[in-house]
Design a protein around this ligand. Structure first.
Ligand SMILES: Nc1ncnc2c1ncn2[C@@H]1O[C@H](COP(=O)(O)OP(=O)(O)O)[C@@H](O)[C@H]1O
Ligand SMILES: [Mg+2]
Length: 379
């Protein structure tokens, strides 16, 4: 039964509903007119004069009354019927068009075209909400799809260089042009390490984006965080002849925050490594912490190469590098800052970059709210 009903279109259903209402109204009017009308009329006729009226007159008058009400009812019914058909026609035309648009857009999305959108507004609040919900959903899918496509092509691009280098060396060794001496093996190891690092970074970023980055917040003193980051990077700084300063007053060092110390340590070492890569011997990098009642700010400031203004808004995007060739030669794949942002966001904090331009140095600022346990989310 239900399946048979599904075959009928919207227009037929609305028309059927209107006709049903019309029938009920007509039958009611007919019954009322048939039972109550003539009796009332008869009683009134008898009240017209004190003497009983001529029976011929009464019969005529009653016939006239019958004809009048049946004609009136039939006419009203015909007009109502015509009105129902016209109303249904316009209503359906108004409804079917936007529904058709939604249907077409849904089909496009189902076929993988996430640029499909429907015009918002039109026929009522509920429909406008449906349209805007659909557009929001299509927009999200579109964004995800673009990211996926870009990430895949970036990934392929990132893998190509080390794989080509490995291939070139192996071929040269096979042909006897190169020998598997210490220098060659170091070169080969560098390339495999780079691929390993790339795989680790990608898995970290995708875990963060799928919101399954595990966080283990524990009460951590800012002083300890600074000391660990400094210990992990100090020797690299010494090798490059860049001075690393750590600056924080006693209160800030003693401030305690609930955070994942390993992950936050990774944030600081990422920022310190970046600063080292973009400074020259003789430059200075300062790791600074400042705690207030409501937040803790961690700064990594360098006196190095600086960043042009047009790059600042993109630095935290995956695979974004300012000078692709130079940054790649440092072994960077442009994922470091994306990881930094994921971890900081998971701690309900913010991270920003500032530079006055090339050769003016750069400063990266991480701001974490205090008492983050409640707000900490995995992102
Ligand atoms: N302290 C800095 N000074 C100048 N440029 C920087 C600094 N930190 C990061 N950048 C720029 O931001 C880009 C993205 O950084 P990151 O995501 O860590 O990627 P990478 O793998 O290249 O280090 C870098 O390639 C570099 O161009
Ligand atoms: Mg980096």
């Amino acid at each position: 039964m239900i399946r048979r009903l599904r075959r009928f279109g919207l227009g037929t259903r609305i028309l059927a509903a209107l006709l049903a209402v019309l029938c009920v109204a007509a039958v009611t009017a007919w019954i009322v007119a048939l039972i109550i009308g003539p009796t009332l009329f008869h009683d009134h006729m008898l009240m017209v004069s004190p003497v009983a009226p001529d029976s011929d007159v009464v019969t005529h008058a009653e016939q006239a009354f019958d004809t009048a009400w049946t004609t009136t009812l039939a006419l009203a019914l015909a007009v109502a019927l015509a009105a129902s058909v016209i109303v249904t026609f316009f209503l359906v035309r108004r409804l079917v068009h936007p529904i058709g648009e939604v249907q077409a857009a849904v089909t496009r999305v189902a076929q993988g075209d996430f640029t499909a959108r429907v015009p918002e507004g039109g026929i009522g609040v509920e429909f406008a909400e449906l349209m805007s919900a659909f557009n929001a959903m299509a927009g999200d899918l579109d964004q995800t799809e673009r990211t996926r496509v870009r990430m895949l092509s970036d990934l392929a691009h990132e893998m190509r260089t080390p794989v080509a280098t490995l291939d070139g060396y192996l071929e040269a060794m096979q042909d006897g042009v190169a020998r598997a001496d210490g220098e060659t093996l170091v070169m080969l190891r560098e390339q495999t390490e780079r691929l390993t690092r790339l795989a680790e970074d990608i898995s970290l970023v995708s875990a963060a984006e799928e919101r399954r980055l595990s966080m283990h917040p524990t009460p951590t003193r800012i002083g300890d965080l600074l000391a660990t980051a400094e210990a992990q990077t100090r020797s690299r700084y010494q090798d490059h002849g860049v001075e690393l300063r750590v600056s924080a007053d006693e209160d800030s060092r003693r401030a305690e925050l609930s955070l994942d110390a390993d992950r936050m340590g990774q944030v600081l070492t990422n920022l310190l490594d970046n600063a080292l890569q973009h400074t020259d011997p003789g430059d200075t990098v300062t790791l600074r912490a400042e705690a207030t009642d409501t937040s803790v700010t961690l700064d990594v400031q360098d006196s190095g190469h600086g960043i042009a203004a047009e790059h600042l808004p993109h630095l935290f995007e995956r695979f974004y590098r300012v000078d692709t060739a130079r940054d790649r030669s440092h072994g960077g794949s442009g994922i470091g800052l994306a990881i930094v942002r994921s971890i900081v966001t998971a701690h309900a904090g913010t991270v920003s970059a500032h530079s006055d331009g090339p050769d003016t140095g750069a400063v990266f600022t991480v701001k974490l709210p205090r008492h983050t346990t409640d707000t900490m989310k995995v992102q």
